[in-house]
Design a protein around this ligand. Structure first.
Ligand SMILES: CC(=O)N[C@H]1[C@@H](OP(=O)(O)OP(=O)(O)OC[C@H]2O[C@@H](n3ccc(=O)[nH]c3=O)[C@H](O)[C@@H]2O)O[C@H](CO)[C@@H](O)[C@@H]1O[C@H](C)C(=O)N[C@@H](C)C(=O)N[C@H](CCC(=O)O)C(=O)O
Ligand SMILES: Nc1ncnc2c1ncn2[C@@H]1O[C@H](COP(=O)(O)OP(=O)(O)OP(=O)(O)O)[C@@H](O)[C@H]1O
Ligand SMILES: N[C@H](CCC[C@H](N)C(=O)O)C(=O)O
Ligand SMILES: [Mg+2]
Length: 490
């Protein structure tokens, strides 16, 4: 696309140089710039992208988008805010793919990945192909692509949506993290539906207060648009958890139609007579399109919520309840969520991505419902993230497990011992025989498995599907499931 065409929707832009040039791609990282690219300089949390303008040009950028004058031998486009301008340019460059796709966004503290997975499964099974972007990867058809963030930045998103469209997708289902919403990574995305899972403590390092955190999530609902047409495909829906008090706020700020789901409160889609068993969870699913008995292979009340959210979303799309039931019942699990590691040992080993107080408590309570013996919980907290959740998570582990082994998660740039000291603050009142501190995660996993006796359960929490451990900016190969398997074999 010609630069001048690309710039047409931008109201305030000062162009120095030739705008009659072809732009082959938009890039925000100088290291990835290729000949023909437009380089966008963003002021980041750690560095100012304007520092890399020269490098970008040396690598072949034919134009740069900046907030300050720079002296480079290519076309310079100066705008007041490169982040905002980039959102406009990316949507224009990729020809507004979210106008040709129905975009469903899922937000909430916990359950986004699981819910996105369930919605995508139902849509695909029904014959309406859906691409997906989230914590684990981007998926289009049988192909997966790595992602750096749960919700990638503006350019990657638009590019991903265009790839989905080219691959024949009718839907895109994405996780919308609060960081992404707050940082404007979803600008230019025209959402068809927005789904809310729940709001509990996390990320207070970034959002400071729960109100700010809620407001960030609210952006997804206020951005929804308000079409009410005869064609249901053009309607907009907000799918809200009736059992979470934040939903009232989202209902207030969204112009879209509201559909509620829940267990405790009266809702449009509800679960009744929930029964947990060794082979999953059974319940009666009551909806505005009829009732049905459901047998989820997923365990835990929290997964009933995820299934309800997915059901409400799919019903809004006109998918028959019988199809929804069949799809949900066929899901055996989600990568790194309540995943069993089985080497034939006489006790249970589970790897789960719980890395917030609420998810850890839910998972441990679920285990308590079926555990016959001692429950061991190996858990740590990530560095460079919400410090205030550390003592709370430690207290939860030591309360709901019989023995907690505190260890490292991804220390990132923090001192692992200091993170553990924050955690131990939370268990001052707890008897010392209920917890231990083992800094090295591998050793902690080995120790828990060494201690386990027949009938016991070992929960390894916090890293789920992750295949690395980030220490001092370096990602080392590390997979809880692999390490557990090694421990079980030794
Ligand atoms: C705090 C935060 O969100 N940071 C994001 C941000 O990085 P940053 O601002 O530090 O970037 P920076 O390093 O200062 O660089 C500034 C600019 O210079 C460019 N640059 C930099 C170096 C260079 O040599 N050349 C160059 O051009 C960079 O590409 C960038 O455009 O922009 C990057 C590119 O989009 C993101 O990958 C990065 O996410 C980091 C990895 C991160 O950990 N983010 C977390 C907090 C996050 O967003 N998490 C949520 C999920 C949370 C949840 O719900 O659980 C998520 O959506 O992933
Ligand atoms: N609806 C839910 N409510 C509370 N906890 C949940 C729920 N669904 C899943 N969990 C727990 O939270 C963990 C993370 O689930 P999931 O990956 O689906 O959430 P997420 O919101 O995508 O997380 P992230 O913010 O890291 O992307 C699971 O391993 C499980 O322990
Ligand atoms: N999306 C979450 C992932 C946390 C995963 C956990 N293993 C950690 O490193 O804290 C975050 O960025 O806070
Ligand atoms: Mg996720």
């Amino acid at each position: 696309m010609k630069l001048k065409e690309l710039l047409r929707p931008l109201v305030i832009a000062k162009v120095v140089g030739n705008a009659d040039i072809e732009i082959m791609g938009i890039e925000t990282d100088s290291r990835r710039v290729r000949p023909g690219h437009l380089f966008v300089a963003l002021r980041g949390f750690t560095v100012d992208g304007h520092r890399f303008v020269r490098q970008a040009v040396e690598q072949g950028a034919v134009a740069v988008l900046v907030e300050e004058d720079v002296d480079v031998p290519v076309t310079v486009v100066r705008v007041p805010d490169t982040r905002r301008a980039m959102a406009v340019l990316a949507a224009t460059f990729y020809r507004h793919p979210t106008r040709e796709l129905k975009l469903i966004g899922v937000t909430g503290t916990n359950g986004k990945t699981t819910t996105v997975h369930l919605i995508q499964r139902i849509l695909n099974d029904f014959g309406t192909p859906a691409g997906m972007i989230g914590t684990i990867h981007m998926q289009i058809g049988d192909r997966t692509y790595p992602v750096q963030n749960t919700t990638p930045d503006v350019v990657e998103l638009q590019k991903g949506f265009r790839m989905m469209r080219d691959a024949g997708c009718a839907y895109a289902v994405i996780e919308a993290s609060s960081h992404a919403l707050d940082l404007g990574r979803t600008r230019g995305c025209e959402f068809h539906s927005a789904v809310f899972t729940n709001l509990t403590q996390d990320h207070l390092d970034y959002h400071k207060t729960m109100e700010e955190y809620r407001a960030a999530k609210g952006l997804l609902f206020s951005q929804l648009g308000n079409r009410y047409e005869d064609d249901p495909a053009d309607n907009r829906y907000a799918i809200l958890n009736a059992d979470d008090e934040a939903s009232a706020y989202f209902a207030r700020i969204t112009p879209a139609q509201v559909i509620t789901y829940g267990i405790e409160q009266n809702a449009d889609v509800r679960a009744e007579q929930i029964r947990q068993g060794a082979d999953g969870t059974r319940f009666v699913l009551r909806t505005f399109r009829g009732d049905v008995d459901l047998h989820l292979q997923l365990v835990g009340k929290f997964n009933v919520y995820n299934a309800l959210a997915a059901t409400a979303t799919a019903l809004a799309e006109g998918i028959p309840l019988e199809h929804i039931k069949r799809s949900l019942e066929s899901v055996s699990g989600v990568n790194g969520r309540f995943e069993k590691v089985d080497e034939g040992q006489p006790f249970t080993v589970l790897v789960d991505y719980a890395h917030t107080p609420d998810s850890l408590e839910n998972v441990l309570k679920t285990i308590r419902e079926f555990a016959e013996g001692t429950i061991y919980c190996v858990v740590g907290c990530g560095g460079d993230r919400d410090r205030t959740k550390r003592p709370i998570m430690a207290k939860i582990a030591a309360t709901y497990a019989d023995v907690a082994l505190f260890t490292s998660d991804n220390p990132r740039t923090e001192d692992p011992e200091a993170i553990l000291a924050d955690m131990v603050e939370g268990v001052k009142e707890v008897p010392k025989d209920r917890y231990d501190v083992i800094v090295d995660r591998r050793e902690a996993i080995f120790e828990a498995i060494r201690r386990a006796r027949p009938g016991d359960v070992v929960l390894i929490a916090g890293k789920g599907h992750e295949t690395y451990q980030e220490i001092n900016g370096v990602r080392h190969d590390f997979d809880d499931r692999e390490v557990a398997r090694e421990a079980l074999r030794s």
